[in-house]
Design a protein around this ligand. Structure first.
Ligand code: DON
Length: 323
C-alpha cells in the first residue's frame, strides 16, 4: 500500500470521495430502524437494536469504518460461503456438488427439504452447509477439524492487527436450541445425503462452531475484501482460497446469499452478498472492495434492515444511468 501510495496508484482512486459517500449513506441508513432482533437463539437476542456499523476494505487494503465497527459479532450464516469455498478447495468441486446443488431453494434457510435430485439445494442454507460439514475431514478428531478450518479463516484477516475469535456462549446456545438443525441432520441421514458412518453429533458440532466464529465488523470487511481479491489476503497477498473456488462462491452468493430476498437483491443491488441472523451482511465487489454491514434488527426475510438499506443506497449512488 505504501508503494502504491507513493506512486498514486489505488484501486479506488478517490478514496476520500468514497469515504464521504459511505459516511453519508451510513448516517442516512441509521434511521431505517424497523425490524426485529432474532430471538430463536437466546444469546443472539441480547444484541442491542441500536448497534450499527459499516466497514469497507479495498483490495489494496484501504479500510474505512463507521459506527460500532469494533464490536464483535458472530458470523452465523456468513460463515457458509466461506466454508463452502474451503470445501471446494479441499474436497474438490465434483465431490462437493455431487451432494450439494447450485439452486436457490425458495424456502427459509432451515427448511427441512431437498431439491428434486435429492440433494441439498445449495451450500448457503442449512441442509447444504451441514452436508458439507459431514464431508470435511470426517476421519480427523474434532480439534483438528476445527483448527484446520479456523486457520483458513484467520489467514484471510492476517495483517489486519486483529484476530478472529470464537463465541462459546453462542456456540453452547446453538447446541441447546438447535432442535431444527438436529432434525435436518437426521433428515439428511434418512435420505442418504450423509454417508452411513458419518458421526451426526460431530457434524452438527462443527456446523455450530462455524456459525459461532466471531469477528469485528472491520475484520468481516477484510474477509470480504479477500474474496474481492480473488481469494488472496489483501495484506499478505497469500492465496487463501483458490480463484476458481471464489468464483463459485460469488456465483452462489449472487443467487442465494440473501435468503428469500435473493432474487430481489440480485435485481436491485446486483452484487454478491451473504447475510446471517446476527444482522451481519458481507458484500463483495470483485476487484474493488469488500463491505461488512452490521445491525441486529432483521426484516421479515432475515436480513439486516439497515444493512439492506445501506447497500441499496450505495448502488443507487454509483449506478450511473440506472436511477
Ligand atoms: O440456526 C442456525 O442454523 C444458525 N446458527 C445459522 C444462522 C443463519 O444465519 C441462517 N442462515 N442461513
Amino acid at each position: 500500500t505504501i508503494l502504491s501510495a507513493i506512486k498514486g496508484e489505488f484501486v479506488v482512486e478517490d478514496f476520500p470521495d468514497l469515504v464521504q459517500a459511505v459516511d453519508e449513506i451510513f448516517e442516512d441508513s441509521r434511521s431505517a430502524s424497523s425490524g426485529r432482533v432474532t430471538t430463536y437463539i437466546p444469546s443472539l437476542a441480547q444484541y442491542p437494536a441500536d448497534r450499527w456499523a459499516a466497514s469497507i476494505c479495498t483490495t489494496d487494503g484501504q479500510v474505512h469504518v463507521c459506527g460500532d465497527a469494533d464490536d464483535l459479532v458472530t458470523l452465523q450464516s456468513v460463515t457458509k460461503p466461506i466454508f463452502y469455498g474451503i470445501c471446494l478447495d479441499e474436497i474438490g468441486e465434483e465431490r462437493v456438488h455431487e451432494k450439494v446443488g447450485k439452486e436457490p431453494s425458495g424456502h427459509g434457510f432451515n427448511k427441512i427439504t431437498l431439491a428434486r435430485d435429492n440433494k441439498a439445494h445449495n451450500p448457503l442454507i442449512n441442509t447444504g452447509s451441514i452436508t458439507l460439514a459431514s464431508l470435511y475431514q470426517p476421519d480427523q478428531p474434532m480439534s483438528a477439524r476445527y483448527k484446520s478450518v479456523m486457520s483458513k479463516y484467520q489467514a484471510m484477516v492476517e495483517g489486519s492487527g486483529q484476530m478472529l475469535h470464537f463465541n462459546n456462549t453462542v456456540y453452547l446456545s446453538e447446541l441447546d436450541n438447535g432442535h431444527r438443525n438436529y432434525a435436518i441432520g437426521y433428515y439428511l441421514k434418512s435420505k442418504g445425503c450423509l454417508k452411513e458412518k458419518v458421526n451426526l453429533k460431530e457434524t452438527l458440532e462443527l456446523y455450530f462452531q462455524l456459525c459461532s466464529i466471531e469477528t469485528s465488523v472491520r475484520n468481516a470487511s477484510i474477509m470480504a475484501a479477500a474474496l474481492a481479491n480473488g481469494g488472496r489476503n489483501v495484506y499478505t497477498g497469500k492465496q487463501i482460497i483458490s480463484e476458481r473456488s471464489v468464483q463459485n462462491m460469488l456465483s452462489i452468493m449472487f443467487s442465494c446469499g440473501m435468503y428469500d430476498y435473493s432474487g430481489e437483491w440480485a435485481f436491485e443491488v446486483g452484487i454478491p452478498a451473504k447475510s446471517g441472523v446476527s444482522g451481519l451482511i458481507i458484500v463483495v465487489i470483485p476487484d474493488v472492495m469488500g463491505l461488512a454491514l452490521w445491525s441486529p434488527p432483521l426484516d421479515s426475510y432475515g436480513n439486516s434492515v439497515r444493512g439492506v438499506h445501506f447497500a441499496r443506497e450505495m448502488v443507487k449512488r454509483y449506478s450511473h444511468g440506472r436511477n
